[in-house]
Design a protein around this ligand. Structure first.
Ligand SMILES: NC(=O)c1ccc[n+]([C@@H]2O[C@H](COP(=O)([O-])OP(=O)(O)OC[C@H]3O[C@@H](n4cnc5c(N)ncnc54)[C@H](OP(=O)(O)O)[C@@H]3O)[C@@H](O)[C@H]2O)c1
Length: 338
C-alpha cells in the first residue's frame, strides 16, 4: 500500500513509500482510509514536543475510511458493520468509555499506533463509529479529536439556552465548539486575530466578535458584552498568553475548559479570582470512543458540517503540516485526502 512515513522529529521528515498491506488481527477491522485531518497535536508529535513516537511511523491521528475486511473474533452482525460501511476510527482505541486511565490512553493512532496517512489500517472493531450520511470522508476525518474535544467542552458546562460561551481563535476545536454551542442554544463570543475569520464565524452563528489584536483586553470586552456577568464557559485553546484573561472573563461558577497550549504552557496565575468566583478549571484530554459516538450523534441530529479550510494531497503532507504549524492562517480544519 501507499503510505507516508515520518522518519524523525522534524516538520519535513516525511517520505511517501510502499509498505505491505496490514492484515486485521483478532478483534480488528481492515479499513481503506480516504482522508485524514491534522490536529495541533500532530505538529507537536512531529516536533518532538509530544512524546511517545518511534520512527519510522505512519503519522496523523485522525482519519476516515470504509470497512474492507474483518479479523477473527469480530461479530460484524452484532456490531452492525458490513464491508463498504463508512466509518471513523477513534485515535485512542483502548479508551472505550468512562474515565481515562493510564492504561486506556496508552495507545494512540499516529503516535504509538499506525496513523491515517496510509491506504489501509487495521484497527479494533470497538473503536469504530459510523460516519453520518451527510458527511464525506474529509469532513468525517475531522471528528475524532476536534469534535470529541469540543463536545466534551460543551458538556462540561452543561450548556443551555442563554449560557454564554467564549471561544479563542478559529482553529479546529473552536469552530466545532461554536457549532455545538449554537446547537445548545448558547450565546457565543469568539475572539480571532482576523476580521475576515470573525465574519466567517458570524456566518456560522457566532453572536459577538472580538479581534484580539485590535482589542487585546478581550476579557474586558466579554464582561462588557455580558453586563459584567462573564462567560459560563471559556474554551481555553490558547494557554499561556490568555489564561489570566480567561479567568477574568469567566462568570461566577463558570468553567474554564483547559485544553490548549498554542502560545505555551507556563501560565502564572492569581488564584484569588478562581476562589472568589468558585471557578471550575477542567482539564481534558480529548475523550473516549463513547464521547466520539455522542459527538457524532449530535453532528448527525443537527446536520453540523465540519469546516474544512484546505485539502492537501498525500504527496503534499509537509505542506499541510507547514500550513497548520504556521498558526493563524487556517479557519477550522486542514485535511489530507488520499
Ligand atoms: N486537550 C485536549 O483534549 C485537546 C484536544 C484538541 C486540541 N487541543 C489543543 O487545543 C489547541 C487548539 O487546537 P486546534 O486543533 O483547534 O488548533 P488550531 O487549529 O491550530 O487553532 C489554533 C488557533 O488559535 C488561535 N490563536 C493563536 N494565538 C491566539 C491568541 N493569543 N489568542 C486567541 N487565539 C489565538 C488562532 O486563531 P485565529 O487565527 O482565529 O486568531 C489559531 O488558528 C492546541 O493547543 C491543541 O493541542 C487539546
Amino acid at each position: 500500500m501507499k503510505a507516508v512515513q515520518f522518519t524523525s522529529n522534524s516538520l519535513t521528515a516525511f517520505r511517501l513509500t510502499e509498505l505491505p498491506d496490514p492484515k486485521p488481527g483478532h478483534g480488528e477491522v481492515l479499513l481503506r482510509l480516504h482522508a485524514a485531518t491534522l490536529n495541533y497535536a500532530d505538529v507537536a508529535v512531529a516536533t518532538g514536543a509530544f512524546p511517545g513516537a518511534t520512527f519510522p511511523m505512519i503519522p496523523v491521528a485522525d482519519g476516515a475510511g470504509e470497512v474492507v475486511a474483518f479479523g477473527e473474533g469480530v461479530d460484524a452482525t452484532a456490531l452492525g458493520l458490513a464491508a463498504g460501511d463508512r466509518v471513523v476510527p477513534h485515535f485512542m482505541p483502548g479508551w472505550q468509555d468512562g474515565a481515562m486511565t493510564p492504561r486506556n490512553v496508552a495507545a494512540m493512532r499516529g503516535i504509538t499506533l499506525p496513523g491515517s496517512l496510509a491506504d489501509y489500517v487495521a484497527v479494533p472493531a470497538s473503536s469504530l463509529v459510523a460516519l453520518p450520511p451527510h458527511l464525506d470522508f474529509v469532513q468525517g476525518a475531522a471528528l475524532p479529536i476536534a469534535a470529541t474535544t469540543a463536545w466534551n467542552a460543551v458538556r462540561s458546562a452543561s450548556l443551555r439556552p442563554g449560557s454564554v460561551v467564549v471561544l479563542l481563535g478559529t482553529g479546529g476545536v473552536s469552530i466545532f465548539a461554536l457549532q455545538f454551542a449554537k446547537a445548545s442554544g448558547a450565546t457565543v463570543i469568539i475572539a480571532s486575530s482576523s476580521d475576515e475569520k470573525l465574519e466567517r464565524a458570524r456566518q456560522l452563528g457566532a453572536d459577538h466578535l472580538i479581534n484580539y489584536r485590535a482589542t487585546p483586553a478581550w476579557d474586558e470586552q466579554v464582561l462588557k458584552l455580558t453586563g459584567g456577568r462573564g462567560a459560563d464557559l471559556v474554551v481555553e485553546t490558547v494557554g499561556e498568553a490568555s489564561f489570566t484573561r480567561s479567568i477574568n472573563a469567566a462568570a461566577m461558577g463558570g468553567t474554564i475548559f483547559t485544553i490548549g497550549f498554542v502560545t505555551g504552557t507556563a501560565a502564572s496565575i492569581n488564584l484569588l479570582p478562581i476562589i472568589v468566583k468558585a471557578l471550575r478549571i477542567v482539564g481534558n484530554s480529548t475523550g473516549s470512543v463513547a464521547d466520539l459516538a455522542a459527538a457524532t450523534r449530535a453532528i448527525a441530529a443537527h446536520r453540523i458540517v465540519p469546516v474544512i479550510d484546505r485539502v492537501f494531497g498525500i504527496a503534499d503532507t509537509a505542506a499541510a503540516y507547514a500550513e497548520l504549524s504556521a498558526g493563524g492562517r487556517h479557519f477550522g480544519k486542514i485535511a489530507i485526502a488520499h
